[in-house]
Design a protein around this ligand. Structure first.
Ligand SMILES: Cc1cc2nc3c(=O)[nH]c(=O)nc-3n(C[C@H](O)[C@H](O)[C@H](O)COP(=O)(O)OP(=O)(O)OC[C@H]3O[C@@H](n4cnc5c(N)ncnc54)[C@H](O)[C@@H]3O)c2cc1C
Ligand SMILES: Cc1cc2nc3c(=O)[nH]c(=O)nc-3n(C[C@H](O)[C@H](O)[C@H](O)COP(=O)(O)O)c2cc1C
Ligand code: SF4
Length: 648
């Protein structure tokens, strides 16, 4: 049957107001003991208020040995009940259904997190974690099955409407299912029916302990998306068995943490709706509702998926971090007001897993700060000057204007966006330009114009009684100082990406940081033969991030990366380099420099001389990334408006 996103649906007797789901997303907002915090409640309540039908909490550990990170939510004893009750109530009071995601990390954790050797079906480490786990004994397996059931009983007692078993992304339930991680020869391994046994027992035990009428969702990876991993045909036969065991809905995801490029949270280069066709195949195999997740940010795409009958419900994960009100906006016909997720992973999953910091969103500085927003006092009225309309300046101006302050924003170029204009040029990076459009649109709707083509300088500072100034002037590219630097063969990366300087044939890109690697990608896409050189001994762009993986893969297939290589001099036909101690000539028609940038500080110095209050934000402080620019723009504005101390 074809449906609309706005149609209600029943999942195991649970009536949901629509077919939009917020899937489980780890936040790091719980206490270090895994208890619900006020911050976590406020974050969830804001998303429930945005209109979603069902919210699934982040991973919630069913046993202390199953925690993947120190502040993972817990549900393994009754001390967690009080906080979980408050969390369920915060979600339900806004009209959304609330489910707990039941989780055990298995081998995907560290002894430093759980205080013992990680546990798994077989003693083989994952590539991602590198931890040799201890093989579980049969008694321990039975105990863990029971822990899942006890956790479900607690979820029900706390007022949750349902539970979801985390059988995806390479965690314990998935580890049992997969031949990649389960090499057991006993009744929990050997063949697919043995490997499926743990998942089936967990479902049956939950139904028996928490009640047949308590809805159970099952999340799984429809493909491991890696060499040697399973594909949909392998796991499909498990699903009707689980349906028989009592599963009330299936939630289709993909990948494990060993999968290259991390398709569990598909990046800028993954296709939209990565799991839609897999969900359609699942729907053909089961009668219960099917939820599909994976880079569906736009409700219009979700409508298409539902209209064509490929799934019954659609999960919007990162889109909920990026704009918790997007469903309400869509329902009111305000599609263009939505701030769409960039699929960059920088502020959310990669921050959580690689930086061990709590989740936020690159372009939504309110994400995780819902309490702070609620607690604002009366703002200073301005006038405020914002110098620069790159991401830091745009966000600062939005925050100032949203608080009702008087603002003037001055941009030297004829367009907004700063470095994002160049950054959005390589293939897959277009969403960055869409965010700039969104920010300009937001300012327009607040009645704020940007003054283009004029430089903010000492005269601008003297032109009014400014209550404060934001220095969002960003950074200018560093240029080489070496023999031949003056030759026309030399180009700067931003010029190339903006199409202001043509490059073809053989190109040497100097600098393997994100700008150099992306410029290489852009040039490869235009048929150039590219060599990237860098003096460092390790690639500065990590191949473990979703974006970094694609950049390295592109360069491996279509170009060369030379590390520990310094450019000594540039000539008419190329560059002389010192490569691992040896002098070498590299032929080049063009040499493109991507060796960093230098903060713009003129306005800060002028403000200091004029005795004005100035706060710098983004690359004007130190060249970094979009997250720093947007979040510091937000903080700078709040500092001027409310005198907030920085507690990001
Ligand atoms: C090719 C490239 C790719 C990138 N890709 C990514 C990425 O994928 N992810 C990521 O996180 N980061 C990326 N970055 C970095 C990111 O773009 C920057 O960190 C970010 O743009 C910094 O924002 P900002 O507002 O501080 O400064 P900028 O973007 O530099 O903006 C500053 C603005 O101020 C204006 N200005 C300067 N002086 C004055 C003045 N006196 N008066 C008025 N206006 C002035 C400038 O014209 C400019 O528009 C990339 C950068 C480049 C160059
Ligand atoms: C910050 C973050 C944390 C996540 N944590 C979980 C989790 O706890 N459990 C889970 O099943 N999936 C987790 N995921 C995966 C998401 O549920 C979702 O499947 C994925 O982001 C793809 O959907 P999207 O493109 O709509 O974001 C996480 C994703 C992100 C971005
Ligand atoms: S940090 Fe990037 S991927 Fe994550 S929610 Fe924000 S825009 Fe989306």
């Amino acid at each position: 049957m074809c449906a609309s996103l706005w149609d209600s649906i029943s999942v195991g007797g649970l009536e949901l107001r629509n077919r939009a789901v917020m899937p489980a997303m780890g936040t790091g907002y719980a206490t270090l003991q895994g208890h619900v915090s006020d911050r976590l409640q406020a974050y969830h309540r804001a998303r429930a208020a945005g209109g979603v039908g069902l919210i699934v909490t982040e991973v919630c550990a069913v046993h202390p040995s199953g925690r993947a990170f120190p502040s993972e939510l817990g549900i393994y004893d009754d001390t967690f009940l009080h906080g979980l009750r408050e969390l369920a109530a915060a979600i339900k009071i806004e009209g959304a259904g609330a489910a707990v995601q039941l989780h055990h990390a298995g081998r995907e954790t560290f002894p430093s997190v759980i205080g013992e050797q990680p546990l798994a079906p077989s003693p083989i480490p994952s590539r991602a974690m590198g931890q040799v786990p201890r093989e579980l004994g049969e008694d321990e397996i039975h105990e863990l099955v029971h822990c899942f059931a006890e956790a479900a009983r607690r979820a029900r007692e706390a007022g949750f409407d349902a539970v979801e078993i985390h059988g995806a992304h390479g965690y314990l339930v998935h580890q049992f299912i997969s031949p990649y991680s389960n090499l057991r020869e006993d009744g929990y391994g050997g063949d697919s029916s043995g490997r499926f046994r743990f998942a089936r027992e967990v479902v049956r035990e939950i139904k028996s302990v928490a009640g047949e009428d308590f809805p159970v969702l099952f999340r799984f990876s429809a493909s491991e998306e890696m060499k040697g991993g399973y594909e949909l045909e392998y796991i499909l036969p498990l699903l009707p068995m689980l349906e028989e065991d009592g599963v009330d809905a299936f939630h289709v995801s993909c990948g494990i943490y060993d999968s290259p490029g991390n398709p569990t949270s598909p990046g800028m280069h993954h296709p939209e709706g990565i799991n839609v066709e897999r969900a359609a195949a699942v729907k053909a195999a089961v009668a219960k509702p099917v939820i599909v997740a994976g880079k569906i940010h736009d409700p219009r795409l979700a409508e298409e998926v539902l209209r064509t009958g490929k799934a019954d419900m659609v999960a919007f994960g990162r889109q909920h971090l990026c704009d918790p009100d997007f469903l309400a906006k869509e329902a009111r016909g305000r599609h263009d007001d939505t701030r769409f997720c960039l699929s960059c992973n920088q502020g959310c999953i990669e921050r959580l897993t690689f930086e061990m910091r709590s989740t936020t969103c690159v372009i939504n500085p309110h994400c995780g700060r819902e309490l702070e927003v609620e607690q604002s006092g009366p703002p200073a009225p301005g006038p405020f000057l914002v110098a620069g309309a790159g991401p830091a300046g745009l966000q600062a101006a939005i925050t100032l204007k949203e608080a009702g302050a008087e603002v003037r924003i001055v941009e030297r170029e004829k367009m907004a966006g700063g470095q994002l204009r160049a950054a959005s040029s390589p293939p897959g990076k277009e969403p960055l330009a869409a965010w700039v459009k969104w920010a300009e649109n937001r300012l327009r709707s607040l009645g704020q114009e940007i003054e283009f083509g004029g430089e903010a300088n000492a005269r601008t500072l003297a032109s009014e009684e400014w209550m404060g100034v934001v220095n969002a002037c960003g950074a200018r590219p560093l240029l080489p100082v070496l023999p031949g630097a003056e030759l026309p063969i030399n180009l700067e990366a931003r010029q190339v990406l903006l199409g202001l300087a043509g490059a073809g044939g053989d190109v040497v890109v100097v600098g393997a940081g994100p700008v150099g690697m992306e410029t290489a990608h852009y040039l490869v896409d235009r048929g150039c033969r590219v060599t990237v050189v860098d003096g460092r001994d390790q690639p500065p762009v990590s191949p473990l991030t979703s974006h970094g993986y694609f950049l390295h893969r592109t360069l491996r297939k279509n170009g060369t990366l030379l590390l520990e290589t310094q450019v000594l001099e540039v000539g008419e036909a190329g560059v002389m380099v010192m490569a691992r101690g040896e002098r070498r000539q590299l032929r080049a028609d063009k040499v493109v420099w991507a060796v960093g940038s230098l903060p713009e500080t003129d306005i800060a110095e002028a403000a200091q001389q004029a005795g004005l209050t100035l706060v710098s934000a983004g690359d004007a402080v130190e060249p970094r990334r979009l997250l720093d620019a947007v979040h510091e723009g937000y903080r700078a504005a709040r500092q001027l408006l409310y005198g907030d101390a920085d507690h990001a």
